[in-house]
Design a protein around this ligand. Structure first.
Ligand code: SF4
Length: 410
């Protein structure tokens, strides 16, 4: 990364842990000594781990395909199979990767490809695309496809919603017992959920440190360092990692060391990252004395209800109370509180063409929130992985215009 970007020392440890995570999956895929479950990013990972499954998250692969920019070469292969260029570009990148036999996991971890699953488990809390994505592999490999269908655009979450979702979690158990050969163990589930909860509290602590001025961390750092919270939640390694990261960031605060030198402006990022432009964006903002201090994206892996006494209630609440599952009114209240907590000067909304689910600027929310808060915003058109849908020049002009507007008003 360029000089404007401050290196986080814990990155070395994170790479080591991620390397070990993928090595274990790769070995299991080769020897078939341990069972592998694929899980959507906000799916029931804790339940799967309680059966001893190694858990792999294809969305993480999607993000790596985007940040390596390999997605560009792979998406057309999925399009040719009938997966539209307008649907989730994680899906089309990942299926393209499978069809063309190319993956950045080879260079990064020496893997021939993603580990082949014994079972595919989704939750449609985030979108329908995940079910269709896993459906592709179910047909390819003839492995069980099971999941949870969550209602969306929820305002209040009622007892009826939760009871239905708890029942759906429990209904997965017979298939998971059969595939794993391991009987369900409530005590083991409690332990995994408790570990995942401790991980969530530490990850929340990491993100909350950005309320400090100057912030010790940026959104762009967060998108990288959230890796263990996504793929290792429920494992002790994730907890160990965030203890190290919290200590480093607290030391930065004690030393008055900023993630962005001379932090003058503080921004919020709403929506997905543009993975192939992450570093460019980090440099662009840092060079303008602007720290992107908070985001919906990084905060989406905080699952506080996992602290409930009943682990099923904890999972059902955690995976339904998420921002992405909620109504426009809830989202507006949430964004208002984030603007207040992080003392945000401006908001960037990323309208990601292939992910309407993570784009919150299509139903008047930016305008309503700006009326309520007086916080100015820009909407950039782009995408998470498909860079054909992103205009560098246009986005840069918009970022700079917002920064100039804010500087002029001071
Ligand atoms: S939420 Fe968006 S990016 Fe994530 S899997 Fe669904 S469509 Fe793809």
């Amino acid at each position: 990364m360029g000089d404007a970007i401050k290196k986080i020392q814990a990155t070395g440890l994170m790479r080591k842990l991620m390397g070990a995570y993928f090595a274990e999956l790769d070995q299991a895929a080769t020897t078939r000594e341990r069972k592998i479950a694929w899980c959507t990013s906000v799916g029931p990972a804790e339940l799967l781990r309680s059966f001893g499954f190694l858990v792999y998250f294809p969305e993480n692969h999607g993000a790596v395909l985007g940040s390596s920019r390999l997605a560009q070469e792979l998406i057309p292969a999925a399009n040719a199979r009938g997966y539209s260029p307008d649907i989730c570009s994680y899906l089309t990148s990942d299926i393209g990767s499978y069809l063309k036999g190319q993956t950045p996991l080879t260079k990064a971890f020496g893997m021939a490809g993603p580990p082949r699953p014994d079972v595919l488990v989704y939750n449609t809390n985030q979108c329908r695309d995940v079910q269709d994505w896993f459906g592709f592999y179910q047909r390819e490999w003839d492995v069980p496809l099971i999941g949870i269908d969550t209602p969306r655009s929820l305002g209040d979450i009622t007892r009826d919603h939760l009871d239905g979702l708890i029942a759906q979690h429990k209904a997965l158990i017979p298939v998971l017992e059969e595939v794993s050969g391991v009987p369900f163990d409530l005590e083991r589930l409690r332990e995994v959920v408790a570990s995942s909860y401790r991980c969530t509290l530490l990850w929340k602590q990491v993100l909350k440190l950005a309320t400090h001025r100057p912030s010790p961390i940026t959104f762009f750092d967060g998108t990288i360092h959230m890796g263990p919270a996504v793929v290792m939640r429920g494992l002790p390694q994730a907890e160990e990692y965030y203890e190290v990261l919290v200590a480093e960031l607290e030391q930065r605060i004690a030393d008055q060391a900023a993630a962005v030198d001379g932090e003058r402006l503080r921004f919020y990022w709403e929506g997905m990252p543009v993975w192939g432009k992450l570093r460019d964006h980090a440099e662009l903002f840092a060079n303008q004395g602007t720290c992107v201090v908070a985001s919906t994206y990084c905060n989406s892996w905080i699952f506080e209800p996992l602290g409930c006494d009943d682990p099923f209630e904890g999972m059902a609440r955690s995976y339904t109370e998420l921002f992405i599952v909620r109504s426009e009114e809830y989202k507006q209240r949430y964004l208002k509180s984030m603007c207040d907590d992080y003392a945000v000067d401006g908001i960037v909304y990323h309208d990601a063409k292939t992910c309407p689910n993570n784009s919150n600027c299509r139903y008047g929310l930016p305008q309503r929130l700006a009326r309520e808060t007086d916080v100015p915003y820009v909407i950039i058109n782009g995408d998470l992985n498909d860079l054909r849908l992103y205009s560098e020049e246009q986005a840069r002009t918009q970022f700079e215009a917002l920064i100039e507007q804010l500087q002029a008003s001071r």
